[in-house]
Ligand binder design. Structure first.
Ligand code: NI
Length: 222
């Protein structure tokens, strides 16, 4: 299952972020790619040593991490700092699965959840294509929106036809490793939220809420 979250970033935040990235130091994305990804990756990434990372992350990360939909879907345990990627005309990132283990030796984490935050939308092509059990889904969201999907998915960024595509990509290790369990918890959690609003005092609401809490406890690993 993949989840689209609308308006993670405001128009003001987007303007500031795009301005910062406009003259930033971008390098070949192959530098950060694993063995398999190197073969198919053709994009640019904000240089690791760029001083802009801190400012950008401070704006982006709280907005994503505190978003209730992200929390409800991802159950994040460890969240890596974002990669900021730029795709100009003709650039692409062919089908691949993201690296399973990321981060430096002293801060390793398992990538369970991939998130793409769209920082602009004035380009053509560049759809994110994700293979799901119901076929390939093509995703292109408005600037400020995000798509969250299991890192186990095979996916690609289609070639940019015109303009340039700017995104932030974030990986997280989830407290719930199994994507199917996360999906069940997400659906049950959505139902629980509605019940708490509509029938706060009913016994059924309490039962659903208890089952949800105890399943989260049973399936979480910290
Ligand atoms: Ni990827």
């Amino acid at each position: 299952m993949l989840l689209a979250i609308k308006n993670v970033l405001t128009e003001n935040q987007l303007q500031v972020i795009r301005k910062l990235l406009q003259n930033a130091d971008f390098v070949d994305g192959k530098l950060s790619a694993g063995k398999e990804a190197k073969q198919v990756k053709n994009n640019l990434e904000l240089a690791q040593q760029s001083p802009l990372h801190e400012q950008l992350n401070q704006m982006l990360m709280p907005s994503l991490l505190n978003h209730p939909e992200y929390q409800a879907f991802a159950f994040p345990l460890k969240v890596a700092t974002p990669f900021y990627a730029r795709y100009t005309q003709g650039m692409t990132y062919g089908f691949h699965v993201d690296d399973p283990i990321m981060g430096p030796m002293n801060g390793r984490y398992r990538s369970d959840i991939s998130t793409t935050v769209f920082l602009n939308d004035d380009y053509e092509g560049g759809e994110l294509a994700i293979k799901t059990s119901f076929g390939v889904q093509h995703i292109r969201l408005n600037a400020g929106d995000a798509v969250v999907y299991p890192s186990t998915s095979w996916h690609q960024v289609e070639p940019i036809v015109s303009g340039e595509r700017l995104v932030a990509v974030i990986w997280a290790q989830s407290m719930v490793k199994d994507p199917q369990k996360r999906e069940l918890l997400y659906e049950l959690g959505q139902a629980r939220d509605v019940l708490i609003d509509d029938r706060p005092k009913s016994e059924e609401t309490a039962h659903v809420s208890n089952v949800y809490a105890n399943l989260v406890r049973r399936w979480s690993e910290l």
